[in-house]
Design a protein around this ligand. Structure first.
Ligand SMILES: C=CC1=C(C)c2cc3[nH]c(cc4nc(cc5[nH]c(cc1n2)c(C)c5CCC(=O)O)C(CCC(=O)O)=C4C)c(C)c3C=C
Ligand SMILES: [Fe+2]
Ligand SMILES: [Fe+2]
Length: 363
């Protein structure tokens, strides 16, 4: 194994703690060439498409990467902001706020954000933390529900980075927080705030990103964790089960994915005479193409086109302060036992205490 040159930690240096907040990734620009680059990396990940390479490669390189970049670029163009991709903008802002909130609580931690696909890469963020002297790093994925395609894939990148190092920092991984009380309360508060302004719908649809159905049969806990989040959110809102539905969106390819599918469910509700639905996407901690385009544009058009009267999309948690406090709590719990308080402050406090004791002893 070859190891990369790395800046040495100085012996005796105070330990520093870092957090890497990892999200999925997004193209650099809403253009076919940027989409091609992004999708080529994303869809080549064997955690995302679990097909034998001999079967998948000709489909990916022969068909998908020739057709999808142009179509996806047009969709990205419809949600792009002056600051860039919404997913990038929110992820960066969340990292800054998390750092600020932890700082307010007296923790000295450096928070960096990273993307599993695209930039800034997980390796680059970890390099920056190591270069800043972090000897302890907490890996915090932006996915509340564990899924091999997302959570484990982010961890793979961390292991690959560590595999090239001589002096590996202490590493901790946050696996999931789908049933975290603070996360669920922040979601519920977001929905309640929407209802306080716009009244209640006849149905609340909680739409999660889909996965191939066989991943559930093979033991991935994702489907169960989505349902638990959905049940806890419905309970927090006081909704009876028949008014709160868990659905799965973003089906890709011809295989069967987790059901019920979001858009056909919305169309069926409209046809049954349901006039108003509200849709929330609790599995996405930041708005992105899957929520802003697929739900707020496409699913809205499908529901209204099938006879529905009103469609409300409730935005993701994004920079909601209640959510970021919950995230800081999650981080804090996982940092426990790591001395994140300023070592110099602690030394100064000890010296002050000792001086006070010495003075007391003299009197
Ligand atoms: C085989 C394909 C895919 C699997 C499996 C998959 C799982 C999965 N994805 C997310 C979260 C996000 N996905 C996003 C975009 C996106 N997803 C796929 C395909 C699969 N996802 C594609 C091809 C794309 C790109 C857009 C497109 O061309 O349709 C995003 C948004 C990225 C953005 O830039 O805004 C997120 C977030 C989860 C949580 C998940 C499994 C649980
Ligand atoms: Fe996806
Ligand atoms: Fe999609």
């Amino acid at each position: 194994m070859t190891m990369r040159p790395e800046p040495p930690y100085s012996h005796g240096q105070a330990a520093h703690t870092g957090i890497v907040w990892v999200n999925l990734g997004t193209p650099d620009a809403p253009t076919p060439s940027a989409l091609r680059r992004y999708l080529a990396q994303f869809l080549a990940d064997p955690r995302v498409v679990e097909l034998p390479r001999a079967l998948w490669w000709p489909i990916l390189h022969g068909i998908i990467l020739n057709v999808r970049p142009r179509r996806s670029a047009a969709k990205y163009a419809s949600i792009w902001t002056p600051e860039g991709s919404p997913l990038k903008v929110w992820t960066e802002r969340q990292a800054k706020l998390l750092q600020g909130l932890l700082g307010e609580r007296g923790h000295r931690v450096q928070v960096r954000w990273a993307m599993r696909y695209g930039q800034p890469s997980v390796g680059a963020a970890l390099d920056a933390l190591k270069a800043a002297g972090c000897t302890r790093i907490l890996v915090l994925p932006a996915y509340p529900q564990y899924c091999a395609a997302t959570t484990a894939s982010a961890f793979d990148e961390v292991y690959a980075w560590a595999g090239g190092l001589r002096w590996v920092p202490e590493l901790r991984f946050v696996n999931q927080y789908h049933d975290d009380a603070g996360y669920v309360a922040a979601l519920a508060a977001r929905v309640q705030a929407h209802w306080a302004e716009h009244g209640r719908p006849e149905r609340l649809v909680m739409s999660f990103h889909g996965m191939p159905a066989r991943t559930l049969q093979r033991g991935d806990p994702y489907h169960c964790q989505c349902h638990k989040t959905g049940r806890l959110l419905a309970e927090a809102l006081g909704l009876p089960p028949e008014q709160a539905l868990v659905t799965f969106q973003s089906r890709f390819g011809k295989a069967q994915w987790l059901q019920p599918y979001t858009e056909p469910t919305l169309v069926a509700l409209a046809r049954q005479g349901v006039r108003r639905v509200d849709v929330v996407c609790p599995g996405f901690t930041a708005d992105c193409i899957e929520t802003l385009e697929e739900i707020d544009q496409e699913a809205r058009a499908a529901f209204l086109g099938a006879g529905g009267q009103a469609f409300h999309y409730i935005p993701c948690l994004n920079d909601d302060i209640g959510w970021l406090r919950a995230l800081a709590d999650i981080a804090e719990r996982h940092l426990s036992g790591w001395p994140t308080r300023n070592a110099h402050d602690e030394a100064a406090a000890t010296a002050t205490r000792q001086r006070a004791l010495a003075l007391g002893a003299q009197q």
